[in-house]
Write a protein that binds this ligand. Structure first.
Ligand SMILES: Nc1ncnc2c1ncn2[C@@H]1O[C@H](COP(=O)(O)OP(=O)(O)OP(=O)(O)O)[C@@H](O)[C@H]1O
Length: 370
């Protein structure tokens, strides 16, 4: 565990970048520092590995004041990832990743084997190993940066805006990759970003800082979105925090109907007279093909003869209520199709089911939070 105990950083010119910061970073979790530019996120992060020394208070690593540990020893147990990866341009990728093992005196073969294992782990093609950084895309370089930080298997990982220099799609995949890695590795991660969406996606806990390096709120994402501590946090979270909060509510509570599917090969005469306004047409594997309005059913033949309306799906057992709501908004029927991991229909959440669930969520919030 990392503990900030009344930590202050006053730079030589008098700027107070961090002011009496107290918080705990629990072992094996991702804690995100988020806040506007200049609020002291990077300074706070770098005081952990003593790239910057605090001018007041204490930072404890598993109960030991980091000031009592000499910086090289301290940093051996702390991986560090920065924006644009910060790779050595004149070293091959494999040697970049093996930097710390080399420094630790591992023999070259063992260090390179470890590097190759890590490249694979962060999802890079091993063909990249013998390239130089400039021969990789920004997203690939960022993966190398993560691999390098993990090379000596440090229990703590500091990440300073590691994904902010890549486009939104690559960024989303790097975030997914980090969550996947973390589910295997359980590192203690401190992650700095100015992007609140990234913070609530990645953080087990999110520390919102305000300019002057003061802690505005420390909470898990769902609590942060539901109960922002003050106007500053509320504004920083943005206007759609009610919707975003649904990302943290499972879609599993939705009541599903299983009587609304019809095979594409069905003889429609058997369906005429149905009182259901919309049905899901499925293929022979029970995967959805689209919605059909019962008023559009042909006189004879099959639903396959009709142009089907678009649909949205969510994966039961995995996706959030937000994904289910999104799925309803993609369907003229106003219902969301629930599928299993392989895309087969397991049921339909009709509008009333959504309403019931949303009412429960709103009820669960309770109290007045503005
Ligand atoms: N070496 C320095 N000397 C004086 N002031 C500094 C120094 N480094 C940072 N600062 C100031 O300390 C404050 C906090 O800076 P810091 O880089 O920690 O913020 P940040 O939240 O990481 O910002 P950003 O999101 O823009 O990177 C800022 O006002 C900055 O100008």
């Amino acid at each position: 565990m990392i503990t900030f105990n009344g930590v202050t950083k006053r730079y030589a010119d008098g700027t107070v970048a961090v002011d009496n910061l107290s918080l705990e970073v629990p072992t094996g979790e991702i804690t995100v520092f988020v806040g506007p530019s200049g609020c002291g996120k990077t300074t706070s992060l770098r005081m952990i590995n003593r790239m910057i020394d605090a001018t007041g208070g204490q930072i404890l690593l598993d109960g030991v004041d980091v000031k009592t540990i000499d910086p090289p020893t301290l940093r051996r147990g702390i991986g560090y990832v920065i924006q644009q990866a910060g790779l050595f341009p004149h070293r091959k990728i494999v040697d970049n990743v093996a930097t710390v093992p080399y420094l630790l005196g591992w023999d070259k073969k063992k260090a390179r084997a470890r590097a190759m294992e890590l490249l694979e782990r962060v999802g890079l093609d091993l063909k990249m190993a013998d390239r130089y950084p400039f021969q990789l895309s920004g997203g690939q370089q960022q993966r190398v940066g993560v691999a390098r930080a993990l090379a000596a298997d440090p229990p703590v990982l500091l990440m300073d805006e590691p994904f902010s220099a890549v486009d939104p799609i690559v960024r989303a995949s790097l975030q997914e990759e980090l969550l996947r890695l973390q589910s295997e590795l359980n590192k203690t991660i401190v992650f700095v970003t100015h992007d609140i969406d990234e913070a609530v996606k990645l953080g087990d806990r999110v520390a919102v800082l305000r300019v002057g390096g003061k802690l505005a709120q420390l909470a898990d994402p769902a609590t942060l979105l539901t109960r922002p501590a003050d106007d500053f946090v509320r504004e920083f979270l943005g206007r759609d925090r009610g919707i975003r909060r649904l990302s943290f509510v499972s879609g599993d509570g939705l009541r599903l109907r299983t009587d609304l599917t019809v095979p594409a090969s069905a003889e429609v005469s058997s369906l005429r007279g149905t009182t259901e306004p919309w049905l899901v047409v499925v293929d022979e594997d029970n995967c959805p093909l689209g919605w059909i309005a019962s008023k559009d059913l042909p006189e004879s033949g099959t639903p396959a003869d009709v142009e089907l309306a678009p649909y949205g799906t969510f994966v039961k057992g995995r996706d959030s209520l937000r994904a289910a709501l999104d799925a309803t908004l993609l369907s003229p029927s106003g219902s969301a199709i629930a599928v299993d991991e392989s895309g087969r229909v397991v049921g339909v959440a009709v509008r009333e089911a959504l309403d019931e669930e949303l009412a429960l969520v709103a009820g669960g919030v309770g109290g007045v939070d503005g």
